[in-house]
Design a protein around this ligand. Structure first.
Ligand code: T5A
Length: 220
């Protein structure tokens, strides 16, 4: 596969880990240090069609989704997002910073809801044909602190998105284990960042890892 001109960086982790906060800070850093166009986006969502699917999945309580039907919807949204926004932006040299991607489906739908991991990889192959991020930050934070932070954030917005935050602590512990296993199995792509530090401490580590990726991309 030909190397894309831009860079695709994803942020993963449990609820309230600090992904959104760190995307904003890295975006500012890249624009000021490298004078580069940055696209901040999220999953599920990122394009009008994918945002409609987000509303379906996240905001509707009490519907009869199964783990497989939910997974198909996440991948339907992801296919639109990749084809209509991410790949065209990469082709024009932009840096994409994306809040969640396929690793969230691997953790939430498989470790969390019990779908066979091979089913997810098969759907991933059909939908994305091997397309993966250049770099993934996994922000690692203990579940109780993350849920507390997510709750306080939800009290200050009106998104109405609390479906996953409301699931039990054991569910979130399985996600936590899942993210760490993904990082262990993909050391080239994934960097685990300790989410218990201050916003500034995390941001400096993330900047330093991004600088290494930038140097490899331009010199290698
Ligand atoms: N989902 C998603 C799936 O099940 N499968 C999939 O395939 C995909 C793609 C939506 C939901 O969909 C599920 C997973 C999710 O449940 P989301 O919109 O990303 O995903 O929702 P959340 O992960 O819930 O997003 P949050 O906003 O809650 O978490 P963030 O973005 O990680 O955290 P952030 O930056 O908003 O910070 C939360 C609060 O903590 C503070 C912030 O100021 C904020 O108030 N904070 C810190 N405080 C102290 N120290 C730090 N270092 C801090 N960093 C941030």
């Amino acid at each position: 596969m030909a190397k894309a001109k831009g860079l695709f960086v994803t942020f993963e982790g449990g609820e309230g880990a600090g992904k959104t906060t760190q995307i904003k800070l890295l975006s500012e850093y890249i624009q000021s240090k490298y004078a580069q166009d940055v696209v901040e986006t999220r999953e599920p969502g990122g394009t009008p069609g994918a945002e409609k699917i987000r509303n379906l999945i996240i905001q509707k309580e009490g519907v009869d989704w199964t783990p497989l039907s939910e997974t198909l919807m996440f991948f339907a949204a992801r296919h639109i997002h990749v084809e209509n926004l991410i790949k065209p932006a990469l082709d024009t040299g932009k840096i994409i910073l994306c809040d969640r991607f396929t690793d969230s489906t691997r953790t939430y739908q498989s470790y969390g809801h019990g779908l066979d991991p091979q089913t997810i990889e098969t759907i991933n192959d059909i939908t994305l044909n091997g397309f993966e991020p250049d770099l993934t930050f996994i922000i690692d934070l203990d579940v109780v602190t993350g849920l507390k932070r997510a709750k306080s954030r939800l009290q200050n917005d009106n998104s109405g998105e609390d479906r996953y935050e409301s699931l039990n602590v054991e569910f979130h512990e399985r996600l936590h284990k899942g993210f760490l296993e993904i990082a262990e199995n993909n050391p080239q792509r994934c960097r685990v960042i300790d989410g218990s530090g201050s916003i500034e401490q995390l941001s400096l580590q993330i900047q330093s890892e991004f600088d290494k990726l930038w140097a490899e991309h331009h010199n290698g």
